[in-house]
Design a protein around this ligand. Structure first.
Ligand SMILES: NC(=O)c1ccc[n+]([C@@H]2O[C@H](COP(=O)([O-])OP(=O)(O)OC[C@H]3O[C@@H](n4cnc5c(N)ncnc54)[C@H](O)[C@@H]3O)[C@@H](O)[C@H]2O)c1
Ligand SMILES: [Fe+2]
Length: 351
């Protein structure tokens, strides 16, 4: 779990004092910031750079890849040897990059070597997460999702969670409506998949029900977006992430990973594209989702797999079926008999 949590509007300005005790000799703090903020002078002036600290903009035009993690970690090792810590500021992509780079500062080899469960050997450098979009739960999770040469899979380990997170709802204020919806739906879908999975337990249920309720409040019951909505969605993301920490995601995520690997479809929108067609697995959740899409006037793309070759379908199917724990949570121990390659192909053809 994350060790320390600070929450509240404007709390981002406490970053300097929060990280101060973690500064080591001449080793810098690295601020890995979503490139969305690259031209935002007002925001940049709030980043507490001291002595040889570095501000690095994370290119998140694509979701994180293992070789990008290796490149950033390699550059930091070459320039500084060691660093005091890394502060990831941004959406799920920037936060995941920060977690992965922190791990690669203290573990040998390449990031791709650690895609899987409990492969990381050494404690990472000090890492802090500051979300600027709400929904992924990356701020609390024990994984960092990466696309590598052969798979799209997280580094799931006890060394992956942040040491500290700073939850400041004010930072999400300017998120565009569509992006906010897609990332928010990631949270809603985490809840549906966790609550309806075979791994469900009281820990996950307690957080999942609360998170789902908050998603429904902001996307269904309220008529306009306000400051309180940013606060509610930020806590939904936190609770949704806590829910899957002790369970797993489900069918939408498993299928969407295949899309992400082959077509580069982003996580939030990819989950929406898939979830839109999952009535047979999650009837209530999908009906609520359809109402949210209509109420918020959101466009969910269709037909993204039309024209793909057999080989491309096979690639997506293999990536998807490769993530056994997700399928086991979704469909039970006999999942291989239930989700055959043929059935999954039909599902991909619907998208
Ligand atoms: N580690 C986990 O547990 C976990 C869970 C779910 C998803 N993820 C990962 O999170 C990523 C998706 O994250 P996301 O949905 O937050 O989107 P994102 O981080 O990919 O960002 C989407 C876009 O929004 C921009 N952006 C960020 N903050 C903004 C703001 N305040 N205002 C306007 N634009 C802003 C980014 O620059 C980017 O262009 C994927 O890489 C996914 O794999 C990780
Ligand atoms: Fe997700």
């Amino acid at each position: 779990m994350v060790d320390y949590v600070v929450y509240g509007r404007g709390c981002f300005d406490q970053l300097d004092e929060i990280i101060a005790p973690h500064r080591k000799d001449q080793a810098p703090m690295i601020f890995l910031v979503d490139h969305y903020f690259a031209d935002n002078e007002a925001f940049k002036s709030r980043i507490p750079l001291r002595s040889n600290d570095q501000l690095v903009f994370a290119d998140v035009s694509h979701e994180p890849k293992t070789d990008y993690v290796d490149a950033i970690a390699g550059r930091l090792r070459e320039e500084f040897g060691t660093i005091s810590g890394i502060i990831g500021i941004g959406g799920g992509s920037a936060m995941d990059l920060a977690k992965a780079v922190a791990i690669m500062m203290t573990n040998p080899g390449k990031a791709q070597d650690y895609q899987g469960w409990d492969l990381v050997k050494n404690k990472a450098v000090y890492k802090v997460g500051v979300p600027t979009l709400s929904g992924t739960g990356a701020e609390v999770s024990r994984t960092t999702v990466l696309t590598g040469p052969t798979k799209k899979l997280g580094m799931n380990s006890d060394f992956t969670p942040f040491d500290q997170i700073i939850l400041d709802p004010e930072l999400t204020r300017n998120a565009p409506k569509n992006q906010r919806f897609y990332t928010g739906m990631d949270c809603f879908i985490h809840c549906v998949e966790s609550l309806n999975g075979t791994y469900i337990n009281e820990f996950s249920r307690s957080y999942g029900e609360k998170a789902q309720d908050l998603c429904e409040i902001v996307f269904l019951r309220k008529d306009e977006w306000n400051e309180e909505s940013d606060e509610q969605l930020m806590m939904a993301s936190f609770a949704g992430g806590m829910s899957i920490a002790y369970s797993q995601v489900g069918v939408a995520h498993a299928v969407s990973y295949g899309l992400g690997y082959l077509l580069g479809t982003r996580h939030g929108i990819g989950n929406c594209i898939v979830f839109n067609h999952l009535q047979e697995f999650y009837p209530e959740g999908v009906a609520t989702f359809h109402r949210m899409v209509a109420k918020n006037d959101i466009h969910i793309p269709q037909g993204i797999t039309s024209g793909l070759t057999d080989e491309q379908f096979e690639t997506m199917i293999s990536v998807s079926l490769g993530i056994a724990p997700i399928w086991e949570n979704a469909l039970g121990k006999d999942w291989k008999e239930i989700m055959t390659r043929e059935r999954l192909r039909k599902l991909y053809e619907l998208l």
